[in-house]
Each structure stands twice: as structure tokens, then as C-alpha cells.
Ligand binder design. Structure first.
Ligand code: MLT
Length: 421
């Protein structure tokens, strides 16, 4: 047994082979020597996992989907192409992509009864709660008696999820505004259809803005997968029990809704708004972050995995400038964000801690320029992440060695004791 020391105390832990006889180990050396992730404060609540989907090198700031660098995919692919890549492992041929697109267009309609589901919810509901509940509700329409692992069924559910989540998301948005829901317009591309469902209305024709479509498509690509973080691990854990895709992805959406995960893009915009309203200036704000005054945090900075610039954040920043220019929008929040970034990147406090902007830092500014309300930001993250979640669910369930997930727990509580007499 070795004594494992950690922030909150120490505990005895049985270890194997070369490490036997050691008396004190830090957690990462235990992990290295045993190959087991026993308890690692960098990766809490997980056990060791594997996957062929996404590669991240946090030190170098590298992200690849199925081996393809994110920069190349963002420059040359569409979201549906990337969805196919993540789900099926290779880039699609033109025919495969055409058929995939066509099938998704054919499945966008929601059952009419589902409209009553939206009526039952308050208009103040957070759209993330609405979309996660709606996906659970979808399983009541499509899952009765079906084997969730039947390959044909998995295919169909994959298409249905990709087709219907954007529609559900747009309805959550329209509901919050008290506006009528539009039917999907299946002549339009995936992204244009989504934009029309959000910003179109019954009375006028919706004019497609190609700048908006391209930028949104690119943002969805950048969010499409990010290995086994909180939401994706949730999808895998729930899916490992044999739960169907709807139930598993609904659980992932709930995990994503938290402010430490997908909700961070909302929090960034709120932070920028507070700096702007207070008039305190960026310098003073950074000082307050460093002094940890009133628990104030620099939202959208730092990442559990990246100890370098998040490669997605670089691309989002480029898009932010392009989109605002193309839409002719001048948003002081973008200038504020850039000023904040520059100041932080030049400051030893942030340099020593290797804190860089992450994907959430600039996304909100673009979504705002596109016309989305702040509460829809995390929903856009969820639509982007959907193919990644599906790919992970499928990868796990196609593995014949798959077992029900169960993080390994290290007990650090009281030793055995008797009840007081
Ligand atoms: C993500 O894209 O999911 C976020 O960066 C969070 C993470 O990967 O840990």
C-alpha cells in the first residue's frame, strides 16, 4: 500500500508491481506507474477511457477530429460533412454527403402533438431546459419497444436527432419571444433552415445572409467534439447503461448547461456587460481578478486541458471580426474583449498560470451580432456538439467489450467505527 497525498489529506491505496513498497506518491506518479487513473484532481470523477474520435494536445494547442486538424476542417468543410466524419470515421464522398443531407431534411418535422409540449412550459424557461426535456420527450414517440442498439434504429435516431434538435432549439427561442413557430423549410441548407426558424416570421420572406450562414456553420464545426469532457462523459456514462440515444443526449445537454461548461459563453457576455456598465475599465477589472476580489473571475479564460491558446478560440476570434464587419455591426463588447485578452496575455499572473482565452471567450460576441439572445448561446453549443455526442455513444456501443461505466472511487471517509452506545 502507498500513502496517497492530496489537497484534502491522505489515504492508503493498494498499488501494483514496480511501485510496491513505495510509501508516499503523488497522484500523477501513481497514475503513470500503474496505468490506472485512481484519483486525479485534474480529471475528477473519471476513470481511464479511450476513443478514436478526437485528439487534443493541450500543451501545443492542437485539436483534430479523426486526425484532421480543426483549422483545415473549419476552412474547407461544412458542419454536415464534419458530422459525418465524426460519426462514421471518414470524410463522406459527395454522394454520401448528399444522401445524408437529404435524409436530415426529410426528418425535420416534429410531431404536431409536440407543440402542446412547448405550450406547457413557461415562456421564461431557459432554452437549455426546454431542449433537454424535448429530447427526452422525443424518446416517448420513437422508442416504444425498440431495441436502442439495433443498427437500423441507431441510424434512424442519428438522423432524427440531427434533423430535429435545431427545430426544437428554434422553437425554444420563439417560445421565449412569444412568437409563432415556423415549419422547417427543407429547400434550405441545414444552417439556413435553422436561421430562418429562429429569425423568420409568418408575414415576410426570410432573406438569407450568407455571411451569417458561413459563420454559424463554422462555429458549429468548432464545437462539434472535444473528447470526454463533462457532457460527453455524461452521454457515454448514461449510454453505457443501455439507455437510448435520446435519453443519453438529453443528459449530455443537462451537463452542458452548467456555467462551468457550455454556460460559460453566456457568462463571458454577462461579464463584458458588467465591465461596460460599471465603467471601471479593463485594467481595474483585471486587478480585481488577480486579487480575487468579490470572487470575480475572468470568464472564458483558462481550460482544463489547454495550457496554450485554445485553437478554437483563435478561429472564433477571426470570425468575430469578420462577422461584425460584414454585418456592419460595431459592438464595443468586441473591443472590450480584445483589450481584456491583450492585457491578460501580457500579465505575468495569467502567463504563469498558462491561462489563455478558450472557445467561449469570443463566441458570445458573434452570437449577439447574429441576433441570438444570450440564453440561446449554450443551445448553439449543444447543436454544434450533437454529432460528437452521437459519435461517442455509437463508438462505445459498437465496442463489444463495452461495459456499464463506473468511475473508480477512492474512499477518503471515516474508517470503520461503531455506533455510539
Ligand atoms: C468543450 O468544448 O466541451 C469545452 O472546452 C470543455 C471541455 O472540453 O472540457
Amino acid at each position: 500500500k502507498a500513502t496517497l497525498t492530496f489537497a484534502g489529506g491522505s489515504a492508503e491505496f493498494p498499488i501494483l508491481g514496480a511501485t510496491q513498497g513505495a510509501s508516499s506518491l503523488d497522484v500523477s506518479s501513481l497514475t503513470r506507474q500503474t496505468g490506472l487513473t485512481a484519483l486525479d484532481y485534474g480529471f475528477v470523477n473519471t476513470a481511464a477511457t479511450k476513443s478514436k474520435i478526437t485528439y487534443i494536445d493541450g500543451d501545443e494547442g492542437i485539436l483534430r477530429y479523426r486526425g484532421y486538424p480543426i483549422e483545415q476542417l473549419a476552412a474547407g468543410s461544412t458542419y454536415l460533412e464534419v458530422a459525418w466524419l465524426l460519426i462514421y470515421g471518414e470524410l463522406p464522398t459527395a454522394d454520401q454527403l448528399g444522401e445524408f443531407d437529404e435524409r436530415i431534411r426529410r426528418h425535420t418535422l416534429l410531431h404536431e402533438d409536440l407543440k402542446r409540449f412547448f405550450s406547457a412550459l413557461p415562456h421564461t424557461a431557459h432554452p437549455m431546459s426546454v431542449i433537454s426535456s424535448a429530447l427526452s420527450a422525443l424518446s416517448t414517440y420513437y422508442e416504444s419497444g425498440a431495441d436502442p442498439h439495433d443498427p437500423e434504429h441507431v441510424e434512424l435516431t442519428t438522423i432524427r436527432l440531427l434533423a430535429k434538435l435545431p427545430v426544437i432549439a428554434a422553437y425554444a427561442h420563439k417560445k421565449s419571444l412569444g412568437q409563432a413557430f415556423l415549419y422547417p423549410d427543407n429547400k434550405l441548407s441545414f444552417v439556413d433552415n435553422f436561421l430562418k426558424l429562429n429569425f423568420g416570421n409568418m408575414a415576410e420572406d426570410y432573406e438569407i445572409n450568407p455571411v451569417l450562414s458561413t459563420a454559424l456553420d463554422r462555429l458549429l464545426i468548432l464545437h462539434a467534439d472535444h473528447e470526454q469532457n463533462a457532457s460527453t462523459s455524461t452521454v457515454r456514462l448514461v449510454g453505457s447503461t443501455g439507455a437510448n440515444l435520446y435519453a443519453s443526449i438529453s443528459a449530455g445537454i443537462n451537463a452542458l448547461s452548467g456555467p462551468l461548461h457550455g454556460g460559460a459563453n453566456e457568462a463571458v457576455l454577462e461579464m463584458l456587460g458588467r465591465i461596460q456598465d460599471s465603467g471601471e475599465g479593463v485594467k481595474r477589472f483585471v486587478e480585481r481578478v488577480k486579487n480575487k476580489e468579490d470572487g470575480v473571475k475572468l470568464m472564458g479564460f483558462g481550460h482544463r486541458v489547454y495550457k496554450n491558446y485554445d485553437p478554437r478560440a483563435k478561429l472564433v476570434k477571426e470570425s468575430a471580426t469578420e462577422v461584425l464587419q460584414a454585418l456592419g455591426v460595431k459592438d464595443p463588447m468586441l473591443d472590450l474583449a480584445m483589450e481584456l485578452e491583450q492585457l491578460a496575455l501580457e500579465d505575468d499572473y495569467f502567463k504563469e498560470r498558462r491561462l489563455y482565452p478558450n472557445v467561449d471567450f469570443y463566441t458570445g460576441v458573434i452570437y449577439k451580432a447574429m441576433g441570438f439572445p444570450t440564453r440561446m448561446f449554450t443551445v448553439l453549443f449543444a447543436i454544434g456538439r450533437l454529432p460528437g455526442w452521437i459519435a461517442h455513444w455509437r463508438e462505445m456501443n459498437l465496442d463489444p467489450q463495452n461495459k456499464i461505466g463506473r468511475p473508480q472511487q477512492l474512499y477518503i471517509g471515516e474508517p470503520e467505527r461503531d455506533l455510539p452506545q
